[in-house]
Design a protein around this ligand. Sequence first.
Ligand code: AFP
Length: 313
Amino acid sequence: MGEGISDYNRCIIDLRRHMWLAGVEVELRRLIWQIAVTGKYISAKIHESNRKLAGFRNIYGEEQLSLDRSADEILKIQLQFSGFVREYTSEESDSVIKIGQGDEKYFVTADPLDGSSLVDTNLSIGTIIGIHKESIFAEGRKTMVAAMYITYGPLITMVYTAGHGVHEFVLNREGEYVLSEENITLKERGSIYSLGGLRKDWTPEHLRYVEYLEDTGYKLRYSGGFVPDINQILIKKGGIFTYPALKKSPHGKLRLLFELQPVAFIAEQAGGLATDGKKDILSLKVEELNQRCPIYIGSRFEVEKAREFLAKG
Ligand code: AFP
C-alpha cells in the first residue's frame, strides 16, 4: 500500500490488505471477508438471543430459533448472494444445498455455532468454516482451499488460512478486523493438553498416552468448546487437543467435515499435525455429511507420540 496512509486507514483494510499481500485469489478474498463479516451478525444474535438477556421469545412473541439454526440461517443468506458459493452444507442441514447459480467457484461447509451448549455459561464458542474448490465428498487435502474459525469470547477473533500460513485478526471497536498475529506457528512440542470424552470410556492405549502426558507435566486446558480449546493451543503455540475413539463410540464425537477438516488445514498450515490417531485427517475421504472421527491435533511431537501409543495397542 502507498506511504502516508494513516494508521486508522491502515487498520480499516487490514484483513483485505493482508489477503491481497498474501496473494489470495480475489474471489476467495471476498468470500473470506464476507464470512468474517457474518461473524459480527452471529455475535449480535448470540447477545440478542441469549436467555440471560432476552428469554426464549423475541419482542413479537415469536418462538426464537435455536442459536445454532439462527447462525446457520445468517450464514446461508450471506453466502447465497455472494456470487462465489455454489453449494453450502452445515451441521444444521441434512443435505448439501445448492445456493448459487451452479457455476460459482466454491463449496462451503460450516459448523455455524460450535459449543452452543456453553452459551448460557458465558464461555467462548465459535463458528468453523471450510472452503472447498470442488465437491466435498473427497479427501480434504484435494478439495480445501481455505479454512477459518471465529471465536466469540471477550473479543471476537478470526483465524484463517488460504494456504499461505495462519493469521489471526481481532474485531476492533470500529467493527473492522485488524491483524493481531501473523504466520502463527506451532512449536514442535507444547505444554497443554485438551482431552475430550470420559476417562472411563477411553481405550487402554489412549489412557496410556494421557498418563504419559500427565507424567511429563502437561497442564489440562478443556472448556468443552472445540474452537476456544484449539484456539488456545494455536495462540499458545503448542500442545494437543484430542477427542479420541471411545469404547462405545469408536469414531469419537467430532465431525470430520464440519469441525475437523477446517481445523486440520489450519493446524497443518501452522506447522502442526492432525490425525485420527493413525491417518492424517486431510487424507480421510468424506463419505457422508455426519461422518465422525477421532482427533489428535496440535504440535507434531504430541500427535506423533499419540500415533506411537495407539499403534502399540
Ligand atoms: P455442542 O456444540 O453440543 O456444545 O458440542 C461441542 C462439541 O461438539 C465440541 O465443540 C467440543 O469439543 C465437544 O463437543 C465437547 O464434547 P463433551 O461435551 O463430550 O466434552
